[in-house]
Design a binder for this molecule. Structure first.
Ligand SMILES: [Fe+2]
Length: 253
């Protein structure tokens, strides 16, 4: 699906430009180190849609992505854009952007001293972790539908909290079964070596339990942001999460 960018109202004040020329050689080197660190594991363990998306949107190993260039490739595929923002967005602005197929994307990059973890998302988490999946048409529709549903629930904290769990167990920590194996697609897994290893290495003590995806179970499953995940939900196809987001609209009505 390709469509003209929908104007933003709530989120407009958070939009910035990415000053790509201002990145230093050291920052590009940190990006390169991150990609070289993550890719060998992901070539084995990421879902095929993520790996295809990575190449389709033109991500490179040697330099921080120029979002304008990414969007030239991504926009014609699914109508999504990686849109630069100043940092964490309040929920209404965040959902407005998703509903408009614009992914709020930070432009700063973690420092070499904290390669594995940043408390707030950076361009590595947002672009390396999230954006390749936006090149997949069904995932693209799912994420927009998710934003639409949440935007209508801004008055209801309880329902929003339940929807937050759907985001967590799909967009951030989603896994999919492909050819009998668990593959990763959530950005919290893709962008984190520790979290991915925790999931992949099934013999390790404390590996998360992997359950079949079930919308009600996910909506009721609490989680802790600060700990390794104890339970994950595996889908069989991305149609399943698209249908779940449609179904969520009825449940939350
Ligand atoms: Fe994220």
């Amino acid at each position: 699906m390709n469509q003209a960018a929908t104007p933003l109202h709530i989120a407009e004040q958070f939009l910035i430009q990415q000053d790509w020329n201002a990145y230093t050689p050291e920052q590009h080197a940190v990006w390169a180190e991150l990609v070289r660190w993550r890719m060998p594991q992901l070539e084995e363990c990421a879902c095929v849609e993520y790996l295809d998306g990575f190449h389709q949107i033109g991500l490179r190993e040697d330099s921080i992505p120029n979002l304008a260039e990414v969007n030239k490739r991504l926009g014609p595929r699914t109508g999504w854009n990686a849109t630069p923002v100043s940092g964490f967005l309040p929920p209404d602005a965040f959902f407005e952007m998703l509903a408009a197929r614009q992914f709020p994307t930070t432009t700063w990059l973690r420092k070499r001293e904290s390669l594995e973890y940043t408390p707030e998302p950076d361009i590595f988490h947002d672009v390396f972790g999230h954006v390749p999946m936006h090149a997949h048409p069904v995932f693209a529709d799912f994420l927009q539908q998710y934003g639409r549903v949440c935007l209508r629930l801004m008055h209801d904290k309880d329902k929003l909290e339940r929807m937050g769990r759907l985001f967590w167990f799909t967009v951030e920590f989603g896994v999919i079964r492909q050819k009998g194996t668990i593959k990763l697609y959530g950005s919290g897994l893709i962008s984190s070596h520790g979290e991915s290893t925790h999931v992949i290495n099934r013999i390790a003590e404390g590996s998360p339990e992997i359950r079949d995806f079930d919308l009600d179970a996910v909506l009721n499953q609490e989680f802790l942001v600060s700990e390794m995940q104890k339970v994950l939900y595996a889908v069989e196809s991305f149609d399943q999460i698209y249908e779940a987001a449609k179904e969520a609209e009825h449940r939350m009505a």
